[in-house]
Design a protein around this ligand. Structure first.
Ligand code: BTN
Length: 250
């Protein structure tokens, strides 16, 4: 029997450039969190690998959890898998019929289409600890039209009307607190196991687009630190630390 987790405060804004940018500004001004920063509209929402993230007209969730950690940067970055698990819980709460799948490194899909993206940013504080901003965008009502990365929404998946961004964030926050507790108490192996159960495309051929090359292989699974283990045609295992992965149809 555990006690209820302490609720993380929520700073709710109507409009901001990017909740991740706001988290960075606050962290650099000394804010330690934990604090959720959310906005109904982002004018400069950021996606992974320099992409733009569209938040829609106020019906989607855009939120960043700002916190401080003693973990080294590579280990702290594992929080992206925790966020993906929390989003998968959120989807399961509201979208009936189609389970959410997590796709390496940190997309969440329903019926093979992206319903959420996650962007983790971090920086060093004057005291040597890291601030960590886990930015989460969830397509509750609107999705971008991006043929190469097909997207979906809660509405398109039959959850109509969808939860309000606030309701979704409260559910997400509870779930995130639960998975952060698992990470703290049982380590990343427990997170990796839960992620693997929900994973999209493991055992399937895929193309990994890296910064300066494209490689193909079989997606074997998560390594102990969150890297993707890709088996190349010659049998060698390549550890993918960063990049985009495409499976047939996604
Ligand atoms: C991706 O899949 O490319 C990651 C998208 C991350 C979007 C979220 S929305 C809230 C937070 N603020 C941002 O500017 N980006 C993240």
């Amino acid at each position: 029997m555990g006690s209820d987790p302490v609720q993380v405060p929520i700073l709710a804004l109507d409009e901001i450039d990017s909740t991740n940018a706001e988290a960075r500004r606050r962290a650099e001004a000394g804010e330690t969190g934990p604090l959720w920063i959310t906005a109904l509209r982002q004018t400069a929402g950021r996606g992974r690998r320099g992409r733009v993230w569209q938040t829609g007209q106020g019906g989607n969730l855009a939120a960043t959890l700002l916190m401080v950690t003693d973990k080294p940067p590579a280990e702290a970055a594992q929080v992206s898998f925790i966020a993906a698990l929390a989003v998968a819980d959120l989807v399961r709460t509201f979208v009936r019929g189609a389970p959410a799948k997590v796709k390496w490194p940190n997309d969440v899909l329903v019926n093979g289409r992206k319903i959420s993206g996650i962007l983790v940013e971090s920086g060093r504080r004057p005291d040597g600890r890291l601030w960590l901003a886990t930015g989460i965008g969830v397509n509750l009502a609107d999705a971008p039209d991006a043929p190469e990365r097909p997207a979906t929404t809660f509405i398109a998946e039959g959850c109509d009307p969808p939860p309000s961004p606030r309701e979704a964030l409260e559910r997400l926050s509870d779930s995130m607190a639960g998975w952060l507790g698992v990470w703290e108490n049982q380590g990343f192996a427990a997170i990796a196991e839960a992620w693997t159960i929900r994973a999209h495309g493991l055992g399937k051929p895929c193309q990994a687009r890296l910064t300066d090359s494209v490689i193909e292989g079989l997606a074997e699974g998560l390594d102990v630190d969150g890297a993707l283990r890709l088996r190349l045609p010659d049998g060698e295992i390549r550890r993918i630390m960063a990049g985009d992965v495409f499976f047939e149809g996604t």
